[in-house]
Design a protein around this ligand. Structure first.
Ligand code: DOR
Ligand code: ZN
Length: 344
């Protein structure tokens, strides 16, 4: 039995840090264990230019300290200037560009409605080797919310990839067996992030015995067979799958509302949860790849030289149930089972 595990310091390949008092309150939760993170640009207003990304990066560093490395992204709109994207990338300000279909999720109103209108940007990104990160859900009102990811693959993602050869794409926060199978069927210019919470919850957790707003996120958790496919993919050792927590803080009053916001806040206890999930799947040896090696491999960045050590505990680990921020309290994701792994 393994009681201790030393890994390269992990990175979070999909993270929401927000801004202002929320940023100040929650950023240390990620910086404690993670070396780098891909920072989502869905602020209000969104981060759409290289200059905005640079200024946001500086605000993040002020909240985390310089040990943490935020890898910035631009929010793709129908008016994004390909030259600005390429120059921000050449200058080392941005690592990737995020595609939100308009209306798909929190602060996505400025996202893309007509995918033909971003062809020029995507061609420039393919040419410059800049990855496109997709929120993979269609927004058509006639498509059931539980089918929106699978339909996105057929109607949007596969056509974009076919007509933009060389474009490197990450399907963010996948939630279905369909997405797992699609990624597995493609060459390695396609990767996928998997969140901590989608490895733990299925849709029953949200809806059975009363509605649980802190389990509501987008893409919404699917049925149990899909969760099992995600665990299988994450623990398989396949380098195309890597950790992106999608840790997405909202204050408790914004979550516990008649129209509650989407997002699970997992920054605080992600590494303990992942160790428990991988241990329960008899795949602890695969955690290093999922959290520490596969992401840098896709992004062509070095694996962190620094390490963290996880230790198995006799008693369940404790962690705060909520983080108090200047913007209000944020509830920490409750996996619903005891965790016997702690970061030393
Ligand atoms: O649950 C989510 N929350 N999914 C997203 O895509 C956005 C995120 C947020 O920004 O709150
Ligand atoms: Zn997200």
């Amino acid at each position: 039995m393994t009681n201790s595990l030393t890994l390269p310091r992990p990175d979070d390949w999909h993270l929401h840090l927000r801004d202002g008092a929320m940023l100040a309150g929650i950023a240390p939760e990620s910086a404690r264990h993670f070396a780098r993170a891909i920072i989502m640009p869905n602020l209000v207003p969104p981060v759409v230019t290289g200059a905005q990304a640079r200024a946001y990066r500086d605000r993040i560093l002020a909240a985390t300290g310089s040990e943490f490395k935020p890898l910035m992204t631009l929010y793709l709109t129908e008016t994004t200037d390909p030259a600005d994207v390429v120059s921000a990338h050449d200058a080392g300000i941005i690592t990737a560009v995020k595609l939100y279909p308009a209306g798909a999720t929190t602060n996505s109103a400025s996202g893309v409605r007509d995918f033909d209108r971003v062809r020029g940007v995507l061609d420039a990104m393919a040419e410059a080797g800049i990855p496109l990160l997709c929120h993979g859900e269609v927004t058509d009102p006639d498509i059931d919310i539980f089918d929106r990811e699978a339909v996105f693959i057929d109607r949007v993602l596969d056509p974009i990839r076919n007509r933009t050869p060389g474009l490197r794409v990450v399907m963010e926060h996948i939630t279905t067996a369909d997405a797992v199978a699609y990624v597995q069927s493609q060459p390695d210019d396609l990767g996928a992030t998997i969140t901590t919470h989608h490895l733990v919850i299925n849709r029953n957790h949200i809806l059975v015995g009363g509605i649980k707003p802190h389990y509501y996120c987008l893409p919404v958790a699917k049925r149990e067979t899909h969760r099992q496919a995600l665990v299988q993919a994450a623990t398989s050792g396949d380098a195309r799958f890597f950790l992106g927590t999608d840790s997405a803080p909202h204050t408790d009053d914004a979550k516990e509302s008649a129209c509650g916001c989407a997002g699970c806040f997992t920054a605080t206890n992600t590494m303990s949860i992942l160790a428990q999930v991988f241990d329960d799947a008899a795949a602890l040896d695969k955690l290093e790849g999922f959290a520490g090696r596969n992401g840098p491999g896709f992004y062509r960045l070095p694996v962190n030289a620094d390490t963290i050590t996880l230790e198995k505990t006799a008693e369940p680990v404790t962690y705060p149930t909520r983080i108090e921020t200047g913007a209000g309290p944020v509830t920490v994701f409750d996996p619903g089972f005891p965790l016997y792994w702690r970061v030393t």
